[in-house]
Design a protein around this ligand. Structure first.
Ligand code: APR
Length: 318
């Protein structure tokens, strides 16, 4: 039987790291595409040459031609530009929306049966755009944010307690950005809630660090943003979908009444299987966390509105 197939659009830092991480799982052949000629081909060849040592036994190819994503079971979208000095939030939104629009058209043309995992920022709004543009069922368009945000929170909890990350689990909901909602009540070490193990001030400090974790890496790197943890997060989601594992993971998905929210893409716990987002899992939230989730969703909605206005201006200007 032919291997499953995963396409990665954008072979930059996040795309290439995701390709390697996914290839190491040995569950799907990988195709990476990028605008830059030779770059995805070069990175793919380099990865293939690591296979004899790393145990990779799937094929990894690079291309500039979208035709080669045909037959993909999942398409991970990492194409986009990062925000540069002098660029406004609206400029970034407009540029990445344009790129994502084109990419989604190519997915529709060549891999119409795929499940789309969005990675490009601003994440929640780009996921919404991919959903709208593709016309896919909402289960087949989801965004990677909560898994990354929660692994960062897990990491900080383990560092604070000086314990292995292995038994630390954590949950982070909401939009991907400053308004995200880490949930200490649903974060545990070997089943023990962290609120029983860590003083409140320290938990608040970790929550704040989790919210700003992307910025912390940007400030250190100076020339780009995080990619190792984002790639690991995408690989976990892809594995659950491709192997129909039904992992319960926080992902950006369309809400239609769940958590009292509608017509918005935001991070909540979901079950991921071969159909994509197979179920949104609703858990009781404290009134405070529920309010924070609502505010986070409002923030995403206002960016969705900004995007609509930018598109209307473009249309008016013809
Ligand atoms: N089609 C294919 N690839 C494209 C397109 C396009 N239309 N437009 C841009 N790209 C490619 C670029 O050539 C580049 O190689 O997308 C890649 C982006 O890679 P990086 O600049 O290295 O950015 P990266 O760090 O990988 O982040 C990608 O993921 O986490 C998010 O905020 C991050 O939105 C950003 C995205």
């Amino acid at each position: 039987m032919a291997n499953m197939k995963a396409a990665i659009i954008g072979a930059g830092n996040v795309g290439a790291s995701t390709a390697l991480k996914l290839a190491e799982l040995n569950i799907a052949d990988i195709v990476m595409t990028d605008l830059v000629e030779g770059m995805p081909q070069g990175k793919a060849l380099d990865m293939m040459e690591s296979a004899p040592l790393s145990g990779i036994d799937v094929s990894i190819t690079g291309t500039n031609d979208y035709k080669e994503i045909a037959g993909s079971d999942i398409v991970v979208i990492t194409a986009g530009v990062p925000r540069k000095p002098g660029m406004s939030r609206d400029d970034l939104l407009k540029i990445n929306a344009h790129i994502i629009g084109e990419v989604v058209d190519d997915v529709l043309r060549h891999a119409p049966d795929a499940i789309i995992i969005m990675v490009t920022n601003p994440l929640d709004v780009m996921t919404y755009l991919a959903y709208q543009r593709s016309g896919f069922d909402k289960r087949r368009v989801l965004g990677m944010a909560g898994v990354l945000d929660s692994v960062r929170f897990r990491c900080f909890i383990a560092m604070e307690l000086g314990v292995s990350v292995k038994e630390v689990s954590a949950m982070v909901l909401g939009g991907h950005g400053d308004s995200m909602v880490p949930l200490p009540d649903y974060s545990t070490v070997s089943g023990i809630p962290i609120v029983e193990l860590i003083p409140k001030e320290a938990i608040d400090r970790m929550i704040s660090r989790t919210r700003k974790a992307g910025g912390e890496i940007v400030a250190l790197l100076k020339t780009g943003s995080a990619y190792y943890a984002p790639a690991a997060a995408v690989a976990a989601m892809a594995e659950s979908i491709l192997l129909d594992q039904k992992q319960l993971l926080p992902c950006c998905t369309k809400l239609d009444g769940e958590y009292g929210l509608s017509h918005v893409f935001v991070g909540v716990p979901v079950i991921l299987g071969k159909e994509g987002v197979e179920k949104v899992v609703e858990v009781p939230l404290s009134p405070e966390d529920s309010e924070k989730l609502k505010q986070s969703a409002e923030h995403v909605k206002s960016t969705m509105e900004d995007l609509r206005k930018l598109s209307d201006t473009d249309r008016a200007e013809g």
